[in-house]
Ligand binder design. Structure first.
Ligand code: HEM
Ligand SMILES: [Cu+2]
Length: 541
């Protein structure tokens, strides 16, 4: 670690491309991730735009069925594996966890840099397949289509996801060891910010789940290349086995995506209602409960795949149980708002968006957990609407809210508040116009993953495509003002929102070693009754 010269911070301590590509500073690595993850998000958005363009008219008139299959497949793969899963942990988690626990860096800084390289190499492998013709199985890679029938590039895509999986595992390990061993004096487990708890729970899921998808992908590749019969009945395998493996990871993976988002929400809600999070220990414990229960419900994706009625019943009941800890969080956040001194700054607008949209996503999840309803709507647009409410309405809203909240800390500059609120509003309106009609059209029977549909469904699809354009504008505006603010934004004070948490006690942007002296913690998290209410200042930007 270098000695700190006055006035230097992690951004200006050294210059040049090498100082970034070989950095071991968790804050710089977070920014490397911010760059890669943003690129992948933009790419995924372009694919989404193409999907919505094709579906504007009932006839399959823009792309051939084959091209359409490749486009929605790439949309799903890029968004799930390269944006939603790594997004919040890699950018915000990397930046904040060492600071929130009062440490100088993560436990294994070099491993952290390796994680970014693995992510990037994995992404390049997967993107390379677009150049050589694409892949058309959907992000779920169901066998035996993927193992025996399709002629598209399963192996390079699988390799890309496999490599990126190691990036996740290393990040999860790094977080767990850091949280266990590097907490500042006085920072007991029950004084940790809920953001840290959420990442701790997520890391457990990552470490237990990711090896399963990695091995599944290897088996799929082996079957394709060497005709080993794991999944193809013609070779003596069982295609349903693939679905068990796939969902044993991919259901927990949805919690990898949502748990960090929930951590962001807890921090912002406490700050912008100036209150302790209601029922702190329940919110912390519910993260662990979600993480562990999440491993028991994968079979709810297979109600119509030919599993026994008894298995279906058990998975249905367990799915209801996993909703309980999520509901605990929503109730506690609502109770935190109660009688709070609420202000409607941009991060908080995203949180309100999250609360409404995540709740709709969760409640429709309960509908799907009912065997009888699921048989009716399985593989329709109802499913598409359900998971977009959770993952876009939940994870993406929290990601954007968190990016605004910590932007002053990350860059030392304020974002423009008026533009922030405007785009939060556009995102919310655009989102609902896009996905609400999909619940209806799905319930009426429109199947997912088709490039053409009967005329009677057009009105819903036109609404959806119009909404997607609005949503796209909502996402583009922050891209511009964030870039603008790095140079022209108002200089940020150390703690613009008068928030609690160690990260706000150090300068903005922080020095390389995070804290001039190791902080000592004497308080529970969220002692907002002791913080001044921010006056004018940052909020008047
Ligand atoms: C925590 C946030 C959640 C996320 C991120 C999420 C995500 C998803 C995703 C991505 C799918 C679609 C998978 C595919 O491509 O086929 C899906 C389907 C499903 N979800 Fe959720 N979900 C969440 C919560 C829930 C809850 C709480 C339940 C029930 C208690 C639930 C029940 C279901 C069911 C039964 C399906 C399968 C529907 C079908 O394909 O027939 N989900 N979810
Ligand atoms: Cu699931």
């Amino acid at each position: 670690m270098s000695e700190r010269r006055p006035g230097t911070n992690y951004l200006n301590v050294s210059y040049g491309i090498r100082s970034w590509l070989f950095t071991v500073d968790h804050k710089r690595i977070a920014l490397l991730y911010l760059g890669s993850v943003t690129l992948m998000f933009l790419l995924g958005t372009v694919f989404a735009g193409l999907v919505r363009l094709e579906l504007l008219t009932p006839a399959g008139d823009l792309f051939s069925a084959d091209s359409y299959n490749k486009i929605f497949t790439m949309h799903g793969i890029v968004m799930v594996f390269f944006f939603l899963i790594p997004g919040i942990p890699a950018v915000l988690g990397n930046f904040l966890i060492p600071m929130m626990v009062g440490a100088r860096d993560l436990a294994f800084p070099r491993l952290n840099l390796l994680s970014w390289y693995l992510y990037t190499i994995g992404a390049l492998f997967t993107l390379f397949n677009i150049v050589i013709g694409g892949v058309d199985t959907g992000w779920t890679f169901y066998t035996p289509y993927s193992s025996a029938w399709t002629t598209t590039n399963i192996v390079p895509v699988a390799l890309g996801i496999f490599i990126t999986g190691f990036s996740s595992i290393l990040t999860g390990l790094n977080f767990i060891v850091t949280i266990h061993t590097m907490r500042a004096p006085g920072l007991t487990w029950f004084r940790l910010p809920l953001f840290v708890w959420a990442h701790y729970a997520m890391s457990i899921v990552v470490i237990l789940g990711t090896p399963v998808i990695a091995i599944t992908i290897v088996l799929l590749a082996l079957e394709r290349v060497f005709k080993l019969g794991f999944f193809d009945p013609a070779l003596g395998g069982d295609p349903v086995l693939f679905q068990h493996f796939f969902w044993f990871y991919s259901h927990p993976a949805v919690y990898i995506m949502i748990l960090p988002a929930m951590g962001v929400i807890s921090e912002i809600i406490a700050c912008f209602s100036r209150k302790r999070v209601f029922g702190y220990s329940f919110v912390a414990a519910s993260s662990l409960a979600i993480a562990l229960l999440g491993f028991l419900v994968w079979g709810h994706h297979m109600f119509v795949s030919g599993q026994s009625v008894f298995a279906g019943l058990v998975f249905s009941v367990l799915s209801f149980m996993v909703a309980i800890p999520s509901a605990v969080k929503v109730f506690n956040w609502t109770a935190t708002l109660y009688k709070g001194s609420i202000s409607f700054d941009t991060p908080m607008l995203y949180v309100f968006g999250f609360l409404g949209l995540f709740t709709i996503g969760g409640l429709t999840g309960l509908m799907l957990a009912c065997l009888g309803i699921d048989v009716h709507v399985h593989d329709t647009y109802f499913i598409v609407a359900h998971f977009h409410y959770i993952m876009v309405g939940g994870t993406v809203m929290a990601y954007l809210g968190g990016l605004h909240f910590w932007w002053p800390k990350i860059t030392g500059r304020m974002y423009p508040e008026w533009w922030g609120r405007l785009s939060a509003l556009i995102v919310f309106v655009g989102f609902n116009l896009t996905f609400l009609p999909q619940f209806i059209v799905g319930y009426l029977g429109m199947p997912r993953r088709y490039h053409a549909y009967p005329d009677e469904f057009q009105v819903f699809n036109v609404m959806s495509s119009a909404g997607a354009s609005i949503l796209g504008v909502g996402y583009l505006i922050p891209l511009f003002y964030f870039a603008w603010s790095m140079r022209y934004g108002k200089k940020a004070p150390d703690n613009p929102f008068q928030a609690t948490g160690l990260e706000w006690t150090t300068p903005s942007p922080p020095p390389t070693e995070n804290f001039p002296v190791t902080p000592v913690v004497t308080e529970e998290a969220y002692a907002y009754e002791k913080m001044p209410i921010p006056a004018g200042g940052a909020r008047a930007v």
